[in-house]
Design a protein around this ligand. Structure first.
Ligand code: FES
Length: 164
Protein backbone atom coordinates (compact mmCIF):
# COMPACT_ATOMS: atom_id res chain seq x y z
CA UNK A 1 0.00 0.00 0.00
CA UNK A 2 1.52 3.38 -0.94
CA UNK A 3 2.37 5.65 1.93
CA UNK A 4 -0.12 8.45 2.30
CA UNK A 5 1.88 11.67 2.10
CA UNK A 6 1.18 13.81 5.14
CA UNK A 7 -0.38 17.18 4.37
CA UNK A 8 0.33 20.27 6.41
CA UNK A 9 -2.51 21.51 8.60
CA UNK A 10 -4.56 24.44 7.34
CA UNK A 11 -2.82 27.65 8.51
CA UNK A 12 -5.84 28.79 10.54
CA UNK A 13 -9.54 28.17 11.05
CA UNK A 14 -10.35 30.73 8.37
CA UNK A 15 -12.63 28.81 6.04
CA UNK A 16 -11.05 30.33 2.98
CA UNK A 17 -8.22 27.84 3.42
CA UNK A 18 -10.72 25.10 2.71
CA UNK A 19 -11.38 26.63 -0.70
CA UNK A 20 -7.66 26.63 -1.41
CA UNK A 21 -7.29 23.09 -0.17
CA UNK A 22 -10.20 21.95 -2.32
CA UNK A 23 -8.39 23.22 -5.41
CA UNK A 24 -5.30 21.22 -4.52
CA UNK A 25 -7.27 18.12 -3.61
CA UNK A 26 -9.14 18.26 -6.92
CA UNK A 27 -5.75 18.12 -8.62
CA UNK A 28 -4.49 15.26 -6.47
CA UNK A 29 -2.01 17.63 -4.76
CA UNK A 30 0.09 17.43 -7.92
CA UNK A 31 2.72 20.05 -8.66
CA UNK A 32 1.01 21.08 -11.87
CA UNK A 33 -1.80 22.52 -9.73
CA UNK A 34 0.49 25.31 -8.55
CA UNK A 35 -0.77 28.15 -10.72
CA UNK A 36 -4.41 27.21 -10.28
CA UNK A 37 -3.84 27.02 -6.53
CA UNK A 38 -2.19 30.44 -6.39
CA UNK A 39 -5.18 31.84 -8.27
CA UNK A 40 -7.42 30.23 -5.70
CA UNK A 41 -5.45 31.86 -2.84
CA UNK A 42 -5.65 35.23 -4.51
CA UNK A 43 -9.36 34.88 -5.27
CA UNK A 44 -10.06 34.07 -1.62
CA UNK A 45 -7.61 36.38 0.17
CA UNK A 46 -6.89 39.12 -2.34
CA UNK A 47 -3.14 38.56 -2.24
CA UNK A 48 -0.44 35.99 -1.63
CA UNK A 49 1.55 36.25 1.57
CA UNK A 50 4.31 34.17 3.05
CA UNK A 51 1.94 31.99 5.06
CA UNK A 52 -0.06 31.04 1.99
CA UNK A 53 3.02 30.41 -0.15
CA UNK A 54 4.54 28.16 2.50
CA UNK A 55 1.27 26.29 2.89
CA UNK A 56 0.92 25.73 -0.85
CA UNK A 57 4.55 24.64 -1.19
CA UNK A 58 4.24 22.12 1.63
CA UNK A 59 0.90 20.80 0.40
CA UNK A 60 2.08 20.30 -3.16
CA UNK A 61 5.47 19.10 -2.01
CA UNK A 62 7.27 21.76 -4.04
CA UNK A 63 10.35 23.77 -3.03
CA UNK A 64 9.41 27.10 -1.53
CA UNK A 65 11.79 28.79 -3.96
CA UNK A 66 9.76 27.49 -6.89
CA UNK A 67 6.48 28.70 -5.41
CA UNK A 68 7.95 32.15 -4.68
CA UNK A 69 9.43 32.17 -8.17
CA UNK A 70 6.10 31.53 -9.86
CA UNK A 71 4.25 33.95 -7.57
CA UNK A 72 6.65 36.76 -8.41
CA UNK A 73 7.07 35.96 -12.09
CA UNK A 74 3.44 36.39 -13.11
CA UNK A 75 2.22 39.94 -12.77
CA UNK A 76 -1.29 38.69 -12.31
CA UNK A 77 -0.36 37.59 -8.81
CA UNK A 78 -0.42 40.22 -6.13
CA UNK A 79 2.01 39.75 -3.27
CA UNK A 80 1.16 40.93 0.20
CA UNK A 81 0.85 44.70 -0.03
CA UNK A 82 3.29 47.01 1.67
CA UNK A 83 0.75 49.10 3.56
CA UNK A 84 0.54 48.75 7.34
CA UNK A 85 -3.14 47.89 6.87
CA UNK A 86 -4.76 45.82 4.16
CA UNK A 87 -8.34 46.38 3.08
CA UNK A 88 -9.62 43.67 0.72
CA UNK A 89 -12.93 44.56 -0.90
CA UNK A 90 -14.79 41.56 -2.26
CA UNK A 91 -15.95 42.13 -5.82
CA UNK A 92 -17.56 38.73 -6.32
CA UNK A 93 -21.04 38.63 -7.82
CA UNK A 94 -22.99 38.86 -4.56
CA UNK A 95 -20.88 41.72 -3.25
CA UNK A 96 -20.82 43.48 -6.57
CA UNK A 97 -24.62 43.47 -6.72
CA UNK A 98 -24.78 44.83 -3.18
CA UNK A 99 -22.49 47.74 -3.86
CA UNK A 100 -18.83 46.73 -3.77
CA UNK A 101 -18.24 49.27 -6.52
CA UNK A 102 -19.45 52.08 -4.27
CA UNK A 103 -17.03 50.93 -1.55
CA UNK A 104 -14.12 51.15 -3.95
CA UNK A 105 -15.29 54.53 -5.18
CA UNK A 106 -15.53 55.78 -1.60
CA UNK A 107 -11.99 54.65 -0.89
CA UNK A 108 -10.70 56.18 -4.08
CA UNK A 109 -12.41 59.48 -3.25
CA UNK A 110 -11.12 59.59 0.31
CA UNK A 111 -7.60 58.22 -0.12
CA UNK A 112 -6.94 58.47 -3.85
CA UNK A 113 -5.99 54.80 -4.22
CA UNK A 114 -7.26 52.16 -6.59
CA UNK A 115 -7.24 48.40 -5.98
CA UNK A 116 -3.67 47.14 -5.95
CA UNK A 117 -2.35 50.47 -4.67
CA UNK A 118 -1.06 51.70 -1.33
CA UNK A 119 -1.43 55.21 0.07
CA UNK A 120 1.68 57.36 -0.16
CA UNK A 121 2.25 57.19 3.59
CA UNK A 122 2.14 53.35 3.41
CA UNK A 123 -0.76 53.35 5.82
CA UNK A 124 -3.31 51.50 3.73
CA UNK A 125 -3.25 49.05 0.84
CA UNK A 126 -6.44 48.36 -1.08
CA UNK A 127 -7.11 45.07 -2.83
CA UNK A 128 -9.96 43.12 -4.30
CA UNK A 129 -10.89 39.44 -4.07
CA UNK A 130 -13.33 37.43 -6.12
CA UNK A 131 -15.25 35.85 -3.24
CA UNK A 132 -14.16 35.84 0.38
CA UNK A 133 -16.69 33.17 1.32
CA UNK A 134 -19.14 35.42 3.14
CA UNK A 135 -21.72 36.15 0.45
CA UNK A 136 -24.49 36.42 3.07
CA UNK A 137 -22.67 39.47 4.43
CA UNK A 138 -22.39 41.22 1.08
CA UNK A 139 -20.84 43.58 0.44
CA UNK A 140 -17.99 42.07 2.41
CA UNK A 141 -14.59 43.49 3.23
CA UNK A 142 -11.65 41.84 4.97
CA UNK A 143 -9.81 44.44 6.97
CA UNK A 144 -6.47 43.29 8.36
CA UNK A 145 -7.71 39.71 8.27
CA UNK A 146 -11.07 40.39 9.94
CA UNK A 147 -14.29 39.99 8.02
CA UNK A 148 -16.60 42.99 8.15
CA UNK A 149 -19.87 42.56 6.31
CA UNK A 150 -22.76 44.67 5.04
CA UNK A 151 -20.62 47.73 4.53
CA UNK A 152 -21.53 51.04 3.02
CA UNK A 153 -18.99 53.48 1.81
CA UNK A 154 -19.57 55.57 4.96
CA UNK A 155 -19.25 52.72 7.47
CA UNK A 156 -16.15 51.43 5.76
CA UNK A 157 -14.43 54.81 5.60
CA UNK A 158 -15.28 55.38 9.27
CA UNK A 159 -13.45 52.16 10.15
CA UNK A 160 -10.51 52.96 7.94
CA UNK A 161 -10.21 56.35 9.62
CA UNK A 162 -9.82 54.64 12.99
CA UNK A 163 -6.71 52.77 11.91
CA UNK A 164 -3.40 54.07 13.16
S1 FES B 1 -19.14 37.36 -3.46
FE1 FES B 1 -18.36 38.52 -1.83
S2 FES B 1 -18.27 37.11 -0.24
FE2 FES B 1 -18.93 35.92 -1.88
Amino acid sequence: MPLQQSRPPLPSADKRWKLVNATMRRNGYAGHALIETLHSVQDAFGFLDETSLRFVAASLDLPLSKVFGVATFYHIFMLKPKGRHACVVCTGTACYIKGAGALLEGIQERYGVDPGDTTEDDRLSVLTARCVGACGLAPAVVLDGSMIGKQTSDTLIAQLEELD
